[in-house]
Design a protein around this ligand. Structure first.
Ligand code: ARG
Length: 578
């Protein structure tokens, strides 16, 4: 596929320049369809040629590039070579392009793009992706939702590239707040409520106990006492805490399913707090832990030994902190899972925390800390539902479904659907995800339901609509056998645009995985959908004269078979959803 063509061009460049063809493979890019002024499909920029030394930097660049282009052979695959502004352009034989791409898509659809040699460095190995990670009894805020869908995207992407992926949910399930929650539950908790509305009830208890603790010393001491009981592993206290945790995990599992998200491990801070002592011992042995004047234990991160920057690992009362548990968790994961890379997904407010964590791991001599990455994202403002500010994940999903259902009723599409609720749920959730993935992850954005659920424009609704249309076209023509070897209908200009766009797929995947940002892939899908829409508009079948329909149908069918694979894999399975 793309690499077949890239290699053909690279071979020619190698021959003319006397360099290895591998040098040129990553330099040859597909020309983006939207920016296309010429009919070229691939190009190599003069700048990149300069870097390889294929074109010497001195003298008249334009002339040298032209001379290089002139020396290159034209053949049955590479039909035209021309020196254009800034680079050399290549036009591929349309039939060869159609044939190769279709062949690839039908023989190994799952390998399409992801097996490209451009992605060589990203294939294989083991990645641990930690994401979502809500806190028991606290709000599931927009940041947790973003972490859930971005982390899921990254895990799916890595998996699609052939990596072994371990998905970890690191719950906030330990710390003083569980003293408060336990003491609160002993005062005004209800087992019945806990069973019927677990997340709501724990949240209510937590809010109430915090309020009371503010003005009531006895509540504060009851909380401290409950936490001491937990730390002493006292059976009754531990059983209640264990119940909170278990019930929360079960509830989250159910809700994550609606998002197509799953985890291999539900770990959490509680798993590692007992390992913190050995971390501190090790830091001490290495001379990295210092006692401050305030009685806390700290690690100097300044690099100059002047404590201008440091991380606190032990409070003055001897208890460990969030970062101490994170150091323990990282060491434990490395030992248990032997990952090649570890990715943490949280909002950008935790950037310094992760910098410090990685710094400490490196200072402890762990080279693999170089392959730990924090994927940070910006804040979402104004995400609310009919119940007000978002507190529970399920409310967001319900809101997406009911608003989508409403929109569908108004546009009367739901009349044709067998299960409108289920469709509304899937479309609504895709819309939520696409809206989130369209911009750079680090930007903050204002949430607006109307914008999210628009049927037109660059939305998830539009993508799902295109996908449904393609699938129904394929279903309708399933009995008609269009020979795969006859690709002549695909030389139509609308089809060529789709083919040219598909040629870019592996480059887009590379950019996506290099940046760990969904945006390039989402934009690729949106452009694909726009190209399909143009093809459908310009190649009418319904209501057209029989002769026109007869010509247009096979073209549309072929476009559908090429694109539905991609939208299917990307939207439903591989990267965007489950
Ligand atoms: N529970 C944390 C929070 O809600 C996120 C955990 C992120 N992961 C980590 N290893 N610290 O803020």
């Amino acid at each position: 596929m793309a690499c077949f063509f890239r290699r053909r061009v690279a071979l020619q460049l190698a021959e003319v320049c006397g360099l290895s063809e591998d040098v040129f493979i990553p330099l040859i890019c597909a020309v983006p369809v939207s920016k296309k002024q010429s009919s070229a499909d691939l190009r190599v920029s003069v700048n990149s040629l300069l870097q390889t030394g294929a074109v010497p930097a001195d003298g008249d660049l334009q002339r040298r590039t032209q001379a290089l282009a002139n020396q290159m052979k034209r053949d049955a695959v590479v039909e035209e070579v021309s020196a254009a502004r800034g680079g050399i352009h290549f036009r591929l034989n349309r039939l060869a392009l159609a044939q190769k791409l279709l062949e690839q898509l039908s023989s190994d659809p799952d390998g399409f793009g992801v097996k490209s040699e451009l992605l060589r460095h990203h294939q294989g190995g083991r990645a641990l992706v930690e994401f979502s990670s809500p806190n028991i009894a606290k709000k599931f805020h927009a940041g947790h939702l973003r972490s859930t869908i971005i982390g899921n995207f990254i895990a799916n992407l890595k998996k699609a590239l052939g990596k072994e992926v371990i998905r970890v949910n690191y719950l906030g399930d330990w710390g003083m707040q569980f003293g408060l929650l336990g003491a609160g539950f002993e005062r005004f908790g209800s087992q019945d409520e806990l069973r019927t509305h677990p997340l709501e009830h724990l949240f209510q208890v937590y809010v109430q106990v915090n309020r009371e603790a503010e003005c009531d010393e006895s509540v504060r001491s009851a909380a401290a006492e409950f936490f001491r009981r937990l730390e002493r592993r006292e059976e009754q206290a531990l059983a209640l805490w264990g119940q909170f945790r278990e019930i929360t995990v079960d509830e989250y599992k159910r809700i994550y399913q609606r998002l197509g998200v799953h985890f291999d491990h539900y770990s959490g801070e509680s798993f590692h707090h007992h390992q913190t002592q050995s971390v501190l011992d090790e830091l001490m042995t290495r001379g990295l832990l210092k006692t401050s004047q305030k009685g806390t234990a700290v690690v100097d991160l300044s690099g100059a030994g002047d404590m201008s920057s440091y991380a606190t690992l032990v409070r003055s009362d001897g208890t460990s902190l969030y970062i101490t548990r994170d150091v323990a968790a990282a060491l434990d994961r490395k030992q248990r899972f032997g990952f090649d890379e570890m990715i943490y997904v949280t909002d950008k407010s935790q950037t310094v925390h992760f910098q410090q964590l990685f710094h400490i791991l490196r200072a402890m001599g762990h080279q693999w800390a170089e392959r730990c990455v924090h994927v940070a994202f910006g804040l979402v403002q104004g995400m609310s539902t009919r119940r007000g500010e978002v507190v529970f994940l399920e409310d967001v999903l319900d809101e997406a479904r009911s608003r989508m259902l409403n929109n569908m009723r108004q546009s009367s599409t739901s009349k044709e659907l067998e299960e409108p609720e289920q469709t509304a749920e899937r479309v609504g959730i895709s819309a939520l995800i696409i809206q989130d993935f369209r911009g750079p992850l680090m930007s903050d954005y204002k949430f607006d339901w109307d914008k999210v659920l628009q049927a037109h424009g660059d939305t998830g609704v539009f993508l799902q609509y295109t996908h449904a249309r393609l699938c129904s076209l394929l279903r309708r023509h399933v009995r008609e056998t269009y020979s795969c070897s006859d690709v002549s209908p695909l030389v139509d200009s609308r089809s060529v645009s789709v083919l040219q766009h598909l040629l870019r797929y592996d480059e887009v995947l590379l950019q996506t995985v290099n940046e760990l940002q969904p945006r390039p892939l989402v934009n690729f899908l949106l452009t694909l959908s726009h190209l399909v829409a143009v093809a459908h508009r310009e190649l009418p079948v319904k209501g057209s004269p029989a002769a026109v329909a007869q010509v247009n149908t096979p073209v549309r069918f072929r476009i559908a078979s090429m694109c539905s694979y991609l939208s299917d894999v990307l939207m439903m399975k591989s990267c965007l959803s489950s």
